[in-house]
Every structure is written in structure tokens, then in C-alpha cells.
Design a protein. Structure first.
Length: 340
């Protein structure tokens, strides 16, 4: 019993920290608006996308996140419009978070191959909890190996929080290189359900970039004729800081049309703690000429929360990119970034 309570306390402590942070996605470029509002309309076309993440399925508690988005580019005004819906559910504390955002981005053309794009986003956020079913950390007596009271005892606060928020991002991209910066939660919305707490969500700062190496091209036989096959290797990084939480992703993605293979390392080597969720991420994706792209990735944890106890994390992405006329733009994507 005492061993179970120790494990229970560890999860309470770390999940409480994670609830004060944004959900992280491994396929961050397959979730572009969530990564940086400046990526809105970056394809120059219409784009639908959906992402689903199942984190730590081995804990026998659901911890899932999902997002859906739609964006499009208006060349006459060099602007893009987008909408994003993001949500997360966690059964351990019976909480649910939903976010609806509207995004505007403006593209500045520096020359034929270089662009600077700025995006701003306004969001409405809802946070809901069912604390009548939750055992709080203060109810755990490790010395005696017992739980004090009943679930929900001692909770005083609001189980529903509604708030507004704002985010912004900047993206520079050329033919081979890109660099972006983003800032989320500029309005610092309240996140604590407790009446005596005034805890606000920390600002999430991000810096991301990379370089694409174009390899010798090949040809694809589509039964009627041969067409150009892109082969390229992309290396990149994604750094995030939110409150005391910092994280760095380093990796590479190989595109052998239509197949995409990716691998990267997540975490800071000098900070080997559970909230960093250090892991090795592998990805496989397919990019079809119809404009449909599907990706699957798996996070193999190498932190204290190992693969045996957590089960890692599974993530799936689905996108459809098209022109308003229904035709597919052959030189997609215009960005040199990762596809996933």
C-alpha cells in the first residue's frame, strides 16, 4: 500500500505541474497554428488539419489531446485567416480544457525566395473539472499508507473557468532556411480552480528553425508518365520555455516522396526531470499527390517515467491541402520546414 501511495504522490506532484503547462505535440509542424500563429496560411492554399495525441496510456488513466484547424491564404491582400480548436482531457484529475481561436497573419515578401510572416490570435478558453471524484495530494498520508477522507473533501473553489487569451508569432523563411518565434498566453489567464489561489498560466515562449538540404531528385512512375520526385533532408530545432519548464527538440526529417521518415530527441540533457518528458521520437508519414498527408509518431520516454510504466505516447495527424479550384499546387509546401 505504501509503495502504491508513493507512486500516487509522484503522479499528483508531476501532473499538477504539467497542468500548468501547455500540451506538447511531437508533430508540431503538422499542427502549425498551435506552434506559431505566424504559420497561418503558410502553404499559400486552403488547409484542413486534425491532430490526436494519446499520452502515457500505460498509466491506466486517459491523458489525450486533440486539435483541428482550417486556414487559407488571400493573395490579393497578402493575408491569411485561420481557425483552431484545441482540447485536452485528463481522467486522473477529471479536468477538460478547450480552446477556440481565430487567427490573422500578414505576409511580407522580401524577394522572390524570402518572406516574413506575422500572426496574431485571439482565443476563448474553457476549463472544467469534477473535483468530487478527485483525491487531492493533501489527503495522502505516506507514513501510515492511507488516504485521508473521501474524494473531493476539502476542495473549495470554482469547477468552471472561462477566460480570453491572446498569442502572437513571427516567421521568416527562404528557400532552404527558416526561423520563427512565438509567444502564447499574453493575457495570462487564470488556471487555478482553488478559491484561495490566483495562479495564472505562464507565457509560453518558442523559438524554432532549421535548414533543408535538397538531395538528387528521382522520378515517380504514375502509370501514365514520370514526374519529379523530391528527395530532401531537413534538420531543425524547437525550443520552448513556460514558467520553470524548458525543453529543446533536436531532430531530422527525410522526405523521399511520398514517404517521410523523422527522428528527434526531446529534452535538455542538463535537466533530467520528469516534467521535461525527455524522449526519443520516431515518425513515419506519407504525402500523397492528392494533397492528403498522414503522419504517425511514437514517443519513447527515457526519463524517470519510463516506457514500462507510461507506455510512451502515440500521435496521429491528418491534413488536406488544396487550392480553392480543387487543384493541388505541385510545389507544396512553400516552406522549407518539417512536414510533421
Amino acid at each position: 500500500m505504501r509503495k502504491i501511495l508513493y507512486t500516487f504522490c509522484l503522479l499528483v506532484i508531476n501532473l499538477s505541474k504539467l497542468l500548468g503547462q501547455d500540451i506538447q505535440y511531437s508533430q508540431y509542424y503538422a499542427n502549425p497554428i498551435y506552434l506559431n500563429p505566424g504559420l497561418t496560411g503558410s502553404t499559400g492554399m486552403n488547409r484542413f488539419g486534425f491532430n490526436f495525441r494519446n499520452q502515457w496510456p500505460g498509466l491506466d488513466q486517459t491523458f489525450v489531446a486533440y486539435s483541428g484547424y482550417y486556414d487559407f491564404y488571400v493573395p490579393e491582400i497578402n493575408s491569411s485567416i485561420g481557425i483552431i480548436i484545441h482540447g485536452a482531457q485528463e481522467s486522473f484529475t477529471n479536468t477538460a480544457i478547450n480552446d477556440l481561436g481565430l487567427v490573422y497573419a500578414y505576409r511580407l515578401k522580401i524577394d522572390e525566395n524570402q518572406f516574413l510572416q506575422f500572426g496574431i490570435q485571439g482565443s476563448f478558453i474553457s476549463r472544467d473539472a469534477k473535483f468530487d471524484e478527485v483525491v487531492l495530494g493533501t489527503q495522502l498520508d505516506i507514513d501510515r499508507g492511507v488516504i485521508i477522507g473521501n474524494p473531493g473533501d476539502g476542495f473549495v473553489g470554482d469547477s468552471q473557468i472561462r477566460s480570453a487569451d491572446a498569442h502572437a508569432g513571427l516567421m521568416y523563411f527562404g528557400k532552404r532556411i527558416w526561423l520563427g518565434a512565438s509567444a502564447f498566453h499574453l493575457l495570462r489567464p487564470k488556471i487555478s480552480y482553488l478559491a484561495e489561489s490566483n495562479e495564472n498560466l505562464p507565457i509560453r515562449m518558442g523559438l524554432h528553425g532549421g535548414y533543408r538540404f535538397f538531395l538528387p531528385s528521382g522520378e515517380i512512375n504514375d502509370y501514365f508518365n514520370n514526374r519529379y520526385q523530391e528527395r530532401s533532408l531537413v534538420i531543425g530545432f524547437n525550443y520552448k520555455q513556460q514558467g520553470e519548464f524548458t525543453q529543446l527538440d533536436l531532430g531530422a526529417e527525410f522526405f523521399f516522396e511520398p514517404l517521410v521518415l523523422g527522428f528527434w530527441y526531446r529534452g535538455l540533457p542538463t535537466k533530467y526531470e520528469l516534467p521535461n518528458n525527455e524522449s526519443l521520437v520516431s515518425l513515419i508519414g506519407i504525402s500523397l499527390s492528392s494533397g492528403i498527408e498522414i503522419g504517425y509518431s511514437f514517443d519513447f520516454p527515457i526519463s524517470q517515467l519510463n516506457i514500462g510504466s507510461s507506455g510512451g505516447a502515440h500521435e496521429l495527424s491528418l491534413r488536406y491541402v488544396f487550392l480553392p479550384s480543387g487543384k493541388v499546387k505541385k510545389d507544396y509546401p512553400s516552406l522549407p520546414t518539417f512536414r510533421y
